[in-house]
Design a protein around this ligand. Structure first.
Ligand code: PLP
Length: 386
């Protein structure tokens, strides 16, 4: 009776990630945690670095735990700006940084600030399913444009999806779920497109920016597209997802930047979480260069792609993040996931990312889980292929 129709609808549809998570809880209760191969969640299992834990311990005693400015501590914003200048090659100051509750909080702040009811936000499938909920939080409508078969943005198709209601485009590289990284040429494509649409903001969701393999160098959205913001967090690269810390970096090239930043600060205040956690702001400022050892994930990437090769499955070769997007051996990816769950292997159907026919494996798991699933995977593939 109390629950709104919209929320009731959400609960009934519940995301595939959630469904697989619940299935995992059931299987683990029945067979024991070590006998279930759980690739359903993007919850990093690599611990934060010891130096980071030491900083958290020290700050817990030393710092003042009171309220602060809604944009975050000035000295923290100053430190993050210094990092952003180095990382993105743009001349931002502390005023251009807003500390947030993770990248999710940052995205909600941006969307709250720019959307009028009925406005459209374009994103590219396959995509992080929460974007749809975030956009609808503020009466917007998510418009999904498919990437090309190599999981790269198709600028021509994006152009066709733009209407007078389009307010923003959300991109995510390194990508969840495909693991692909957009090269400079793709960002140049966005620049060419958005030069013609000065009313559209490019929102670059980059929590995996520093989880890239084979020495790939990520290009800079902020240096390429003037009307852009970056939303990001310490969830993945410092391995602190439960601590809810992130930030928005606003491009100094945005003409109405001052008004936009003031609006972001207001949204950070009124969305209910009321600024980013105090201690984690200080931790992020001190530890910004202490990202986890990416070699751990690269080793797992090589291990899991080897397991897929042995099973004769094809996939998008991950260049970053910690997800492998595998082509289902049968058309129905949901059915493939059900068959995998029968072997106690949990993965998420591509349908949940707007890309049916594929399945996502999150390999932020132990190496033994990756090698351990091999016999069960082979059984399923052999059976389904007849
Ligand atoms: N964006 C993408 C693509 C993600 O995969 C995630 C988390 O899995 C987030 C945003 C949210 O991250 P945060 O913990 O920083 O809110």
């Amino acid at each position: 009776m109390f629950v709104s129709l919209q929320m009731k609808g959400y609960a009934e549809k519940s995301s595939w990630i959630r469904k697989m998570f619940e299935e995992g809880v059931r299987l683990k209760q029945e067979f024991g945690t070590n006998n279930v191969f759980d690739f359903s969640l993007g919850n990093p299992d690599v611990p934060p670095r010891e130096e980071v834990l030491a900083v958290i311990e020290r700050l817990a005693r030393e710092m003042n735990h009171g309220y602060m400015h809604n944009a975050g501590y000035p000295q923290v914003r100053h430190c993050i700006a210094e990092f952003v200048r180095r990382e993105y090659g743009v001349n931002v100051s502390g005023d251009d940084i807003i500390m947030t509750c993770g990248a999710g909080g940052a995205m909600n702040v941006v969307l709250r600030s720019i959307l009028n009811p009925g406005d459209e936000v374009i994103t590219l499938a396959p995509y992080f399913v929460e974007y749809g909920f975030y956009v609808e939080n503020f009466g917007g409508r998510l418009v999904v444009v498919k990437c090309s078969e190599d999981f790269m943005p198709d600028i021509t198709n994006i152009r066709k999806a733009i209407t007078e209601k389009t307010k923003a485009i959300i991109i995510n590289s390194p990508n969840n779920p495909s693991g692909r990284v957009y090269p400079q040429s793709v960002l140049d494509g966005f620049k060419g497109l958005l030069d013609g649409f000065p009313g559209i903001l490019l929102i670059s969701d980059e929590p995996y920016r520093r989880i890239v393999f084979d020495n790939i160098k990520l290009p800079s959205v902020l240096a390429t597209v003037p009307n852009s913001v970056v939303v990001t967090s310490a969830s993945k690269d410092l391995s602190l997802p439960g601590q809810r810390i992130g930030y928005i970096a606003v491009n100094p090239g945005i003409p109405e930047r001052k008004e936009l930043i003031d609006t972001f600060i207001m949204a950070n205040r009124i969305l209910g979480f009321v600024n980013a956690p105090a201690i984690m702001q200080m931790v992020m400022a001190e530890c910004i260069d202490m990202n986890i050892h990416v070699e751990n994930y690269q080793k797992r990437r090589d291990l899991i792609t080897g397991v897929m090769d042995d099973a004769g499955l094809t996939y998008a070769r991950p260049e970053g993040a910690f997800y492998l997007f595998v082509k289902s051996p049968i058309e129905d990816d949901v059915e493939f996931c059900r068959a995998l769950a029968g072997e106690k292997i949990l993965a998420v159907p591509g349908t949940g990312f707007g890309w049916p026919g594929y399945v996502r494996f999150a390999y932020c798991t132990s190496e033994s889980a990756i090698t351990g699933m091999a016999p069960g995977l082979l059984n399923v593939v052999d059976r389904l292929r007849g």
